[in-house]
Structures are given as C-alpha cells and as structure tokens.
Design a protein around this ligand. Structure first.
Ligand SMILES: [Zn+2]
Length: 455
C-alpha cells in the first residue's frame, strides 16, 4: 500500500525530533515538532491549525475540519507528541531514527504515541483523497506534556474550550491485547507515591559495639515493607472486590502467562507470579500493586560497618480503578504505623505523585459503531481491556466530558516496550488502526450527531 509507506515516512520524520518533555534542554524540540505537525495538518486541508502555548508550559497543537455540516457529529481526536527520555537505555537501533525491522518500526514514540494519533490523521487523509470529504466533523488536540503527567492540560481546556467541544472523543494512547485483537480500554489504575521513613539514631554507630541492642533501620524498613505483601511478594493490602462476572470473563482475555513472561522480559528459569486462582488480567488491571522505586538503604559501593540513623523507601502504588489515594493511604497507615519493629520511629509522607484511576462502562450507539468499525478492519472483535498504568489525561477528560462517549484506543501491543529501550510499533497494527479509523468515521457519520449523542 503506497499510501501506508508515505504515512510511515511522515511518521518517521516526526520521530526524528527528540521531543522529550521531561528534559528542559529538549523544550525547543517539543516546540519544533508542534510547528511541523501544525504545518502538515494545514497542508492536509485542516482549518484553524494552531500551536497554542500558555506561558510556562509546553504547547498543544489543535486543528479542525468542520465541513461535514451541523447534522454530522464532531469527533475529537486526542493524542500526544512528546516522548519519554532514552537516557541510560541500551537500544539496538538509534532511538530517534525510525528503523523498520520485519513487521515492526523501532523508535522512541513510535507507538506511544506518534503512531496512535497519526493513524487518525491518515484516516482523514484517505477520506479526503478518495472522496474529497469526511462524514464527520473532526477536531484534533495533540498535547506536548503527556509524558510528564499532563500538568497543564486542564488549563488548556479552560483557556481554549472551543478546541475541546465535541460529541464523541477518541483518546488514542492505549494498547491492544495482541497484534490480532484490537483493544478498547475501559479501566486504568491510579497511582499513589509515598515515602516510608524509619529513624532510630541521631548518628551512625559502630555495629560491632552496639549491634544486638540497637535497632537496624534497614531491617526495620524491610520488615515494614514486608507487611504490605504476601508470600509471593504481591501487595496484600487494599485489595478490592471485582464483580464475579467480570472475573469469569477475565480468564478469557488474551493476557496469558506466556504473553506476560515474554512482554515483561522475564528471564529463563523465572516465571510470572502464580495467579492463585485470580485471572492475571485482574492482578494487572483491577487490583492494587506495589513497587519499591527508590530507597536509601546502604549500597554495595559503601559497605560501612555501622548501624544507620535512618532509612527511607519510596513506595509506588498502583491503585485499583475507582480506589482513591486517601483510601489507600488509610490502609497503609493502619498496617505501617502500629507496632514499630524494634521500636523505631516511622513516618509515612505523601508529597509525590497521585492520580486517579478510571473505570468506564462503554455503552450506546458510538460504541456499537466502534465495535463494527474495528471488526471490519481487524476481522476480530474489539476486546474490552484494562491498563495497569495510570494516564492522568484520561481522568481529566473523564471528569470534564464523562457524559460523552470516550473511546480509548491506540496502536501499542504487549511487545511495544513503551517507556523502555527498543520501543516499537507493529506495522500490521498500524495499518489495521488506520482502516478501523476510516470505518469509525464512516460509522459515526452514518449515526449523525443526534444518533451519537442519543438526543
Ligand atoms: Zn502515551
């Protein structure tokens, strides 16, 4: 398909710009990419193409094509142009040079999220090339700060309400369960970060002279963390009830032990955690989980024979969809702030990142339209899936536009390694995503504005 090659070339040009939003030295790259995208959207025939920038933030790109008339629905497509960093990672190909190997296109941002929103622009392009028109009105918002948690997206929503006014929203930054099965994301986990701090002494002291009668803060810290987990090392507090019918259906999701072991790069001789009678999809999508992301425990580099004054750990907790940070904090306090091991002083400090999860029930004609469009393109049913990660923009859209149909899709798959080295997009998925979007515009256009909104 010649047009697909041209689209991959355009995508590759975007991927050549290191638009890394968390590294201030790349702020101008984020801006340069925004301008390039804006110019391309204008060349395609979109109107009102703009790079909008609130001072002190990184920009968003907006554009619209509103020629389908007042009876056609307004579809808003959201994506992001900024990238995760690559520092410290080992890549087999240059991270900012799109490289095609077999079925996959390797580059930082290939699937997260450049390929995602480009698949919608390619659908628009195909419509205009074939018919000169589009059956829906289209608005596009491409954010420049998603990878740092969308700290200013709400300000953009406030400052530029017209750009966000729509009848149905397609938020494209998510994953498909496999290269053969398309995914519609209906839940996300939230994120709570807390520091657990243990103190005992006001100076480090000789472990030979005092060991045996003086508490070791490192051991106390590990004992406390241990209280939060079961024998498998899985978080054991804050678990939630999920509906029995959901759990039964979850056994059929394509998230199998094989997929997990391959996707998570588990080494030979080690296996995924035992499921203990709970579907793997539930453990990853619907239950909380704990990761120790930083500690001040003594390092191998400095082996000092001393009892330390204090030790801290940063606990990163994925919250079950619907679970609040306050609920989790209360559960942590109930377990950690009692019976201190060795009588140490314990503090639990929450000043880090917290974001809400997301639990959504896709119902109504817009989702029936999506089901039809995806089945036409993929030859497989659109699977309702969860994401174990936390995507702050989804809660922002959900809180503000929750009454509208919000279609969360994307071009990632379990082998994408988003946020890691050798990120890639499967080109078969990319092609099917473009086709699905072509059909989605068709189906939503056929419903009309009244049909989409149910008014
Ligand atoms: Zn993303």
């Amino acid at each position: 398909m010649a047009r697909l090659d041209a689209t991959v070339d355009k995508l590759s040009a975007y991927l050549a710009i290191p638009a890394i939003s968390c590294e201030p030295e790349h702020a101008d790259d984020v801006r340069a990419l925004a301008v390039k995208i804006k110019d391309d959207l204008a060349a395609l025939g979109m109107d009102e193409c703009q790079v909008l920038e609130i001072p002190g933030t990184l920009p968003i790109v907006t554009a619209e094509w509103m020629n389908a008339g007042p009876d056609a629905p307004i579809v808003l497509v959201y994506g992001h142009l900024d990238l995760q960093p690559v520092a410290g990672e080992v890549w087999h190909t240059p991270p900012h040079e799109a490289t095609r190997i077999g079925d996959r296109l390797y580059a930082r941002g290939s699937a997260d999220d450049m390929g995602g929103w480009v698949s919608h622009i390619a659908a628009l392009e195909a419509w205009l090339a074939q018919t000169g028109t589009l059956p829906v009105n289209l608005k596009v918002v491409i954010e420049g700060e998603e990878e740092i948690g969308s700290p200013n997206l709400e300000r953009y929503m406030d400052a530029f309400p017209h750009q966000f006014e729509a009848d149905v929203m397609v938020l494209t930054d998510c994953e498909n369960p496999s290269t053969e099965i398309p995914g519609l994301t209906v839940s996300l986990r939230g994120l709570l970060e807390v520091e657990l701090k243990v103190s005992a002494l006001d100076a480090d002291v000789h472990s030979g002279l005092w060991g045996g009668m003086v508490p070791d803060v490192s051991i106390a810290l590990m004992k406390l963390i241990n209280r939060l987990t079961d024998d498998d090392g899985r978080m054991s507090i804050g678990r939630v009830d999920v509906p029995e019918d959901w759990r039964t259906a979850a056994w059929d999701t394509p998230i199998t032990i094989d997929v997990i072991e391959k996707g998570a790069h588990i080494i030979e001789g080690v296996s995924a955690l035992p499921d203990r009678g709970i579907p793997p999809a539930e453990w990853m999508w619907r239950q909380p989980s704990l990761t120790v992301v930083a500690t001040t425990l003594p390092t191998l580099a400095i082996k000092k024979n001393a009892l330390r004054q204090q030790a801290s750990a940063t606990l990163s907790i994925r919250l079950a969809p619907g679970q609040t940070g306050a609920e989790m904090l209360a559960a942590l306090e109930a377990v950690l702030l009692v019976d201190p091991p060795g009588g140490v002083k314990i503090e639990l400090i929450q000043d880090g990142w917290a974001s809400e999860g997301w639990l959504y029930e896709p119902k109504g004609p817009a989702f029936d339209a999506a089901d039809r469009a995806y089945e036409r393109a993929w030859g497989a049913k659109l699977a309702r899936v969860g994401v174990g990660g936390s995507i702050p923009f989804v809660a922002l859209f959900g809180n503000r536009f929750g009454d509208l149909p919000l279609i969360l899709n994307g071009v990632m798959d379990p082998e994408t390694t988003a946020h890691g080295p050798n990120e890639s997009m499967h080109l078969g998925i990319f092609e099917k995503a473009i086709r699905a979007n072509i059909y989605l515009f068709d189906e939503l256009g056929a419903l009309g504005k009244a049909g989409v909104t149910g008014e």
